[in-house]
Design a protein around this ligand. Structure first.
Ligand code: GLP
Length: 264
């Protein structure tokens, strides 16, 4: 696991954009796995800027989003489809049909089939080359709440109280927050070829330390990232505050610069 600690949110977003842009240039038809939330917003606006000012080309890129609130149509301002259109897709030259987000309005009876097909589409596209991830206050990745199997697949999940409360800041009241979601599983996420995990702010420090340095446990589903061979973690100083191996991470990051090679 590469752990890069940077000064602030801006630097985290730019470093993350460097990794995504490098892939898009090297493999123009790459498959990106995308996340929502306030954490990757800066990454997306930096990608939009690089498209507009530097011509970063997304015309052949395919994207899969991690999750979607169940019950919200893509036209709802709090749906993840809407978020992605607003924050990224409308600002770059990606083909809309190449942007896949789970459909929050799939009828209950078709959910299982829909989830299976979502996974099949990922496979058919050649698998996810790079998956962007944030972390929820309870340690979740995508919407894999504590207790989700570490080999879970795309499915309908119930959201726990803390997540509903955390995400209520985007809704007019906590009662408006959907109680269910469609989410890629931890097992699905671990199949991506490379992971890019981002976190910022002191509020995340404790859960980030548990995820990165604590035991692998379904109680903190982000800890499953320790099982993946190619993870880059980018944290701002706030989110890194409770890590115990900071000097080692800094040493490894300097070593990378010296030898010009990523040390996972
Ligand atoms: C939601 C998403 C997660 C995201 C998390 C953190 O629960 N399903 O993918 O990582 O929010 O959000 P934020 O970045 O706003 O802290």
């Amino acid at each position: 696991m590469r752990v890069l600690i940077v000064k602030d949110y801006d630097e985290m977003s730019k470093k993350a954009a460097d990794i995504v842009a490098e892939l898009v240039k090297r493999k123009p038809n790459c498959v990106l796995g995308l996340a929502t939330g306030s954490t990757p917003e800066g990454l997306y606006s930096e990608l939009v800027r690089r498209h507009k000012e530097e011509g970063l080309d997304f015309s052949k890129v395919i994207t899969f989003n991690l999750d979607e609130y169940y019950g919200l149509p893509g036209t709802h301002p709090q749906s993840y489809r809407y978020f992605m259109n607003e924050k990224l897709f409308n600002g770059i030259n990606i083909r809309k049909e190449n942007t896949l987000v789970p459909d929050g309005k799939v009828p209950i009876k078709d959910i299982e089939k829909f989830c299976k097909e979502y996974e099949e589409k990922i496979k058919k596209a050649g698998g996810i080359d790079l998956q962007v991830l944030g972390i929820g206050g309870d340690g979740h990745i995508a919407f894999n709440e504590p207790g989700s199997s570490l080999s879970s697949r795309t499915r309908l999940v119930a959201l726990n109280e803390q997540t509903i409360k955390d995400n209520s800041r985007f809704f007019s009241s906590v009662d408006d927050v959907p109680k269910y979601a469609l989410s890629m599983g931890v097992g699905t996420i671990l199949e991506a070829k490379e992971l890019l995990f981002l976190a910022n702010g002191e509020k995340k420090a404790e859960v980030v330390a548990k995820a990165i340095e604590g035991p692998i446990t379904s109680s903190i589903t982000a800890s499953a990232l320790q099982l993946h061979p190619k993870v880059t973690v980018i944290l701002d100083e706030g989110a890194a505050k409770m890590l115990s191996r900071v000097s080692f991470y800094k040493f490894a990051a300097e070593a990378e610069e010296k030898i010009g090679m990523k040390l996972f």
